[in-house]
Write a protein that binds this ligand. Sequence first.
Ligand code: HEC
Ligand code: HEC
Ligand code: HEC
Ligand code: HEC
Length: 510
Amino acid sequence: MKKYTILLVCSVAAIVLLGLLANSINAKEDERKELLNTHADIINPIFSSEWQRYYPREYDSWKQTKENKRLEDMVKKWPQLAVVWAGYPFSKDYNAPRGHYYAVQDNVNTLRVAAPGVPNSSVQSPLPTACWTCKSPDVVRLMETKGDMEYYTGKWDKWGSEIVNTIGCYDCHKADTAELKVGRKYLNTGLVAAGLSTFEESTHQTKRDLVCAQCHSEYYFRGTKYEDGKTAMVVTLPWKDGLKADDMMKYYDEGANFPDGKPFADFVNKISKTPIVKAQHPDYELHTTGIHGKKGVSCADCHMPYTQEGAVKFSDHRVQNPLRTMDRSCMTCHRESEAKLKAVVKEKYDRKESLFAITVDNLAKAHLEAGKAWEVGADEAEMKSVLNLIRQGQWRWDYAVASHGGFFHAPDETLYTLAKANDYAQQARVALVAVLAKHGVSNYSAPDFDTKDKAQKLAGLDMKTLIAEKLEFKKTLEQEWLKQAKENGRLDEKIRDYKDDVSSYFGEAK
Ligand code: HEC
Ligand code: HEC
Ligand code: HEC
Ligand code: HEC
């Protein structure tokens, strides 16, 4: 009898436990379903704060990109940049990337977009509207409501009161179902040109790369005539011949690829007169050439790792340096210790930095030596091949380093590209010795550019004036833009905190 009682108690206990387990599985399943529910009633999908009530974990972690606030003045770190970019807005001001929270703020603050609206300012609004493209879901809204042509026509300041909310949910998700999407058409155009599947045709894992590739890619602004004769500057991905630095240079060098029939250049270096292609941030392209990309590891696997909270698994939306989340970003696949893996990454970084320094130094000297050659009477025929060597070298150097994570994403491609870049720069310098000698100059030594101040002077910049004008813009037109955005209900006031407004030159104003 006693035996049966024990059996009965055990069975009941087992049934209760099973019931509890089933309940918890159901609860988990319900939460997952809830996540994928249709939320057509999100009032304004551009406001990331409105997604919070449905997706609190994604929202909370997304908001934490605000914690990645470190500003790093790259021109201060590498004064050579002002020389190699002389004549281009990047020589004025360039900071390393930080959290997505700051995308709009940093775009408005950079000296590159200058000081529109300030009476008599030295440059009004030099850049096209396209400079907003990777900063905000307002861009997707404008593309959807006004059309690409209207969005891409005009100067940057045209959209000052319209583009005010930083990179948010609507940049990567459909509003009703939160499925991944890309709202920027140029990505599919580029994928097709490269012979790859469009976003919609891609696997789910590839989509976890492609939402990032909307912005973390190399691009150029293609002057495009529309029916009514207006010219729009359209973001275009130079992927027709492939996704590597050599492939893209081939594309840029081929005049037939461009409406004016000439090889492409973003600017002509003011010192050496070299037509330069400025590399943007080919993170996606480099990633596809590295071991993780080849093995199908996606950007989101490392930068948005899955995180368990109670019964719910969600993607950590605090996009940041994955070395801060190694337990979730790396240890899911790797067996070695975190410290060991970190040391491997550090070594890759140091090697890149070392080649970066050698190469950019040679490039800066090549520009200055070419400048000297022009000064002492060299002619176009003598300089043509020299300038091409500088162009080839600078493109490859920039390509390898403008993607700040490239040294890790694709160490081989990065070091290979840097080595070639340095070789081109050296060849240019050797050739310049001969050109200079022909014009009676021997042992020429380029002037010092070892501080930001010296280098920006060589680039012909009057920084005091540029900064003063910019600060005036911030007091006047920027305030007007914000006022208009608020009055028209376009600013998600729950998100942006104007107290944290800062940029690298604020301290240099005095
Ligand atoms: C830069 C692109 C990007 C932004 C911005 C972004 N997400 Fe995501 N989101 C992703 C990716 C990538 C995934 C992973 C998708 C997958 O594997 O199914 C994801 C997954 C999700 C999921 C599915 C569940 C999960 O956590 O994996 C939800 C819900 C979601 N995001 C909501 C949001 C919300 C809300 C915001 C704004 C506060 C937001 N996302 C902003 C890229 C983004
Ligand atoms: C709408 C354009 C856009 C999309 C989409 C986007 N990014 Fe970014 N990302 C940026 C911009 C712009 C910055 C620099 C912001 C700044 O410095 O103000 C940035 C910065 C970063 C940084 C530096 C963050 C830090 O803390 O230093 C990382 C890492 C990054 N992005 C990874 C990703 C990944 C991974 C994805 C896809 C899941 C992604 N981004 C999608 C535009 C975008
Ligand atoms: C295997 C993991 C992994 C994958 C996959 C990956 N990344 Fe990274 N990424 C890293 C690591 C690690 C770093 C930081 C290296 C460092 O600075 O120490 C990094 C750095 C970056 C940076 C520079 C951040 C900064 O502040 O300097 C950006 C931007 C970035 N990644 C974007 C991407 C994009 C976009 C993709 C997909 C196309 C991607 N990453 C794929 C691991 C990864
Ligand atoms: C989804 C799985 C996965 C994740 C996540 C992942 N890795 Fe890897 N990693 C791999 C694979 C696979 C290889 C290639 C190994 C091989 O083929 O020998 C690799 C190779 C490496 C290598 C050596 C390759 C080289 O470029 O020299 C390093 C270093 C590395 N991973 C670091 C990291 C770090 C750091 C993280 C996190 C930020 C990370 N991995 C995340 C799968 C992953």
